[in-house]
Design a protein around this ligand. Structure first.
Ligand code: NDP
Ligand code: HSE
Length: 436
């Protein structure tokens, strides 16, 4: 059978991994795909570096338009990143009838509907396994393996950089900036690392998972996003003392009122497997009504782990390129005419448990005042810890874990608690998920 010809846009961290793995395992991959998969053209701004990486094996250009317009190219892999040139080239490739593979979650989470519509109209595939959780085949699992299920919720550690930072800070006491630089050196971080540390990258991925889990359009703009930059070491310590780990979680949950789509630091019971996922590893728990909870674990970032997912998409396309478009897996798992209009809930409507840290004057009656406010707000307390004031100190911390309640109840209670004269400064609020 004729080989399938691929044009590669961007040969940086993931592009170089893709080129190398495809070359190293070409025979094994061809045996699976049923034909050879050949990169025939590479576009990168740094032509010289690209030439050094690929040798004389294929044509190297600096202008991606030459790749997307080339008549011999069947599949375009977009590994440039961002929404500017990448979007333009992806749409041109689709318009030229080429299939597309991309790892670009930022692009798909913000312009996915437009791109998938264009691909649908043209009868081509846009595959994006590498866009969520690097090398873990979570898109495949959600779109195909779990297709019998009504998916109830998904919770994942889906940003390797922040999990690496949290692990190194907790285990080695390293400081934030040093670990972030190391994550950049290892190729985990985004071109703009604020996307990682402010939770934006995880929100891109959670948005894509919510779309394919619930059959809703991609709605990144409605995701609630908090990163790890405001997280304080003292809360990581107190959480540990109470039997919890803090992880940056991406959560997509179906409720009767709508979909919760949120990314924030989250307390998880230490005994959960996912609480013990360290370094740049990712893990995603999916709760389906038939299968129950399933857990997917692996490298969420880096050159070859991500290349593994990119190449899996190439093989899928090589196998399905000649199939009728209606016989392929729909881009967002559900048939385009069967999408749901379930709304994404604002954060005030979200229901979960909470960790509250109050800094208080160590005076009689403080705790009674706080608990009566919580009771008035119908917030029930699950656990409480009051620290002994340090020697000579007259102030201390109280930590309260609540049972499930709506965010707006907690916000209203916090306002009242902060107004108490014995409560000093702002209350720290973190969300807590039992994942059971
Ligand atoms: P890199 O920055 O390492 O690679 C991007 C490459 O694209 C660079 O070589 C860059 O050249 C080149 N490039 C930039 N602009 C153009 C252009 N206009 N035309 C041609 N080439 C261009 O990024 P990564 O490989 O890390 O990431 C690529 C994509 O994969 C992103 O969407 C990212 O979010 C995603 N991803 C990354 C993962 C990772 O672990 N790194 C994991 C999962 C997904 P130059 O360097 O000269 O600017
Ligand atoms: N910057 C991302 C991360 C890369 O750290 O997880 C993988 O998507």
């Amino acid at each position: 059978m004729k080989s399938i010809k691929v044009g590669l846009l961007g040969i940086g961290t993931v592009g170089a991994g893709t080129f190398n793995v495809l070359k190293r395992n070409q025979e094994e991959i061809a045996r699976r795909a049923g034909r050879a998969i050949e990169i025939v053209m590479v576009a990168d701004l740094n032509e010289e570096r690209a030439r050094q990486l690929v040798g004389e094996q294929c044509e190297v250009v600096s202008d991606g338009n030459l790749v997307v317009n080339h008549p011999d190219v069947d599949i375009v892999i977009e590994l440039i990143g961002g929404y500017g040139v990448a979007k333009d080239l992806v749409l041109k490739a689709i318009a030229n009838g080429k299939h597309v593979v991309t790892a670009n979650k930022a692009l798909l989470a913000t312009h996915g509907d437009e791109i998938f519509k264009a691909a649908q109209a043209k009868g081509v595939m846009v595959a994006y396994e590498a866009a969520v959780a690097g090398g873990i085949p979570i898109i495949k699992a959600l779109r195909e393996g779990l297709t019998a299920n009504r998916i109830e919720w998904i919770a994942g550690i889906i940003n390797g950089t922040t999990n690496f930072i949290l692990s190194e800070m907790r285990d080695k006491g390293s400081d934030f900036d040093t670990v972030l630089k190391e994550a950049q050196r290892l190729g985990y971080a985004e071109a703009d690392p604020t996307f990682d540390i402010e939770g934006v990258d995880a929100a891109h991925k959670a948005t894509l998972m919510s779309a394919i889990a619930f059959g809703i359009p991609v709605q990144f703009e409605k995701a609630h996003i908090e990163g790890i930059t405001k997280l304080e070491a003292v809360d990581i310590r107190y959480a540990e003392q109470l039997g919890y780990r803090i992880k940056l979680l991406g959560i997509a949950k179906r409720t009767e009122q709508g979909i919760e789509l949120r990314v924030h630091p989250t307390l998880i019971p230490s005994k959960r497997l996912i609480a013990n996922v360290e370094g740049a590893m990712n893990a995603v728990v999916v709760q389906g009504d038939a299968v129950g909870p399933t857990l997917y674990y692996g490298k969420g970032a880096g050159s070859e782990p991500t290349a593994s997912a990119v190449i899996a998409d190439l093989v899928d396309i090589a196998r399905l390129a000649d199939a009728q478009p209606e016989h392929r897996v729909p881009h967002l798992a559900f048939q385009p005419h069967s999408m749901s209009d379930l709304p994404i809930l604002p954060i005030a409507e979200v229901t979960t448990s909470y960790y509250l840290r109050l800094h208080v004057a160590d005076k009689l009656g403080v705790l009674a005042n706080v608990t009566s406010i919580l009771a008035e707000s119908t917030i029930s307390v699950d656990a409480m810890m009051q620290k002994e004031p340090a020697l000579g100190e007259t102030q201390t911390d109280i930590i309260i874990l609540t049972h499930q309640t709506q965010e707006k109840n907690v916000e209203a209670a916090i306002k009242k608690i902060e107004a108490l004269p014995t409560v000093l400064g702002k209350v720290t609020k973190l969300r807590l998920e039992h994942l059971s």
